[in-house]
Design a protein around this ligand. Structure first.
Ligand code: AMP
Length: 225
């Protein structure tokens, strides 16, 4: 009788261990599949020069797909306006048009991605600006459990960007400052375009069309049409 009891206990534990093993391997399979390029996953980056329509298109995407909109420039400007510790740290850097340190930006983005509006996806606008930010983002996504990302690049020629910025007629938009901004944009963005192009995650969108036509192209790409 005692032998029988010991035997059934052993059989019970053996079966339990087997079952646990199966369910954990199932789990790891699931997390692997969500880590691959999942068509339903709305984890996006939008790249584009000044006047390329990045902000307008990002807002349209957010409305359509109900995902979080993360503009690092906007978050930082708010920090400055609120005179937070971070705001005071970055105010001078921003006023000079320099880049805020990668480590600060990465912490900011990782925290922002924890907000409920990013549960079903997000669009990053103004980030990443450097290759260390791009690789840092990969770490953040790994920690979140879904590494898929698609990069929308709104392509607009320098001539068209200049034309659009000049026609806005803002006081700070002289031909000289515009040329400068477009130069900085290329310096910062060209390496990222190359980086994501090599990874096969770059999607080029013709940004020289009307706002509606650009939005339609983006929606078609994102909904897999
Ligand atoms: P934006 O509105 O995207 O042009 O950002 C305004 C300013 O915020 C920039 O000129 C930078 O000083 C700072 N900033 C915004 N995003 C980043 C980023 N990803 N990396 C470093 N600095 C940034």
């Amino acid at each position: 009788m005692r032998h029988f009891l010991v035997f059934s206990l052993m059989a019970f534990f053996f079966t339990a261990i087997l079952l646990l093993g199966c369910s954990s391997s199932e789990k790891s399979e699931n997390s692997e599949s969500s880590g691959s390029a999942d068509a339903a996953s709305m984890q996006l980056i939008i790249l584009g020069g000044p006047g390329a329509g990045k902000g307008t298109q990002a807002r349209a995407i957010v409305d359509t797909f109900k995902i979080g909109h993360i503009s690092t420039g906007k978050i930082l400007r708010q920090e400055v306006a609120d005179s937070t510790e971070l705001g005071m740290l970055v105010a001078g850097i921003m006023a000079r048009g320099e880049l805020v340190a990668d480590s600060i930006i990465l912490t900011l983005v990782e925290n922002r991605l924890k907000a409920p509006d990013c549960k079903d996806g997000f669009i990053l606008d103004g980030f990443p600006r450097t290759i260390p930010q791009a690789t840092g983002l990969e770490g953040i996504l790994e920690r979140r459990g879904d590494t898929s990302i698609r990069v929308l690049y709104l392509e607009v020629s320098d001539e068209e960007m200049t034309r659009r910025l000049m026609s806005r007629g803002r006081a700070d938009d002289t031909e000289e400052t515009i040329k400068n901004r477009i130069g900085i944009f290329h310096q910062q963005t060209d390496p990222l375009v190359e980086y994501y192009d090599k990874k096969g995650t770059l999607i080029r969108i013709n940004g020289e069309q009307s706002i509606e036509a650009v939005a339609a192209d983006i929606e078609a790409v994102l909904s897999g049409k």
